[in-house]
Design a binder for this molecule. Sequence first.
Ligand code: PAF
Length: 283
Amino acid sequence: MEILQAAAELQARAEKWRQAGQRIGLVPTMGALHEGHLQLVRAAARENDVVVVSIFVNPTQFNNPEDFRLYPRLPEADAALLAPAGCTALFLPSVEQMYPQPTVLTFDFGPLERVMEGAHRPGHFNGVATVVSKLFHLSRPHRAYFGQKDLQQVAVIRQLTADLSFDLEVVAFPTVREADGLAMSSRNRRLAANDRAVAPRLHAALEAGARLVTAGQTAEAAQGAGSRLIAAESAITPEYFAVVDARTLQPLVGVAQPGQPVALCVAAYLGGVRLIDNLVVQV
Ligand code: PAF
């Protein structure tokens, strides 16, 4: 596995791979890798000739400077995990490499970003779309792999890919969970032991809400039940618990229609660490 730090180097490699007819899989990450990331890398290795993994803690997508400062950074440990998973090239750029000049262009994803993460993290999806566009241009992937835990991010990236005619397939992979149901996340490393112990409550609340949706109860009933379960745990500060149409991410009102995919989504703070999770169900 080679490690590339310069944007121009990655661009040159991608050009060479393309000319040799090799299929390129890209796994964009912010590092502090866990099994969820490694499953994306292994899938990319199965489905492509070359796998590029980027590790870049992207400053433009953090609306909270403290969250950016405390985001776990473990490049050596990450690199050791990547080679056995099938990574060909690790792209580890500096902020200067990714942002040689401040960006002026802004993205607006309309209703897709007026809810949930977009509503609670102003500018977040603009930063995500900016950096993902840059990574797409630099690595010229045939396929790009993302985790479904960031449900809204996947929807935004699909929209970005379609609107800007990026000639690639966006592949979304199911959320990988710890044995107690907690969704794997780089931020889990920052949880204190007592917060880690109650963190699976988020998944339990999603499951409780999902059971009501699939039993034909209203979105409002599911939202209320999930919210109450979370509110009952004093160590958790809820931000939102939403029940939405999984295709549009707009709030669901009343009972889901047969065949309508429904996403239950949660964001909450545990001891200052912000976690998100979701479940998609069909009636
Ligand atoms: O999901 C992430 O880790 C990031 O948002 C991404 C897609 C790598 C962009 O910085």
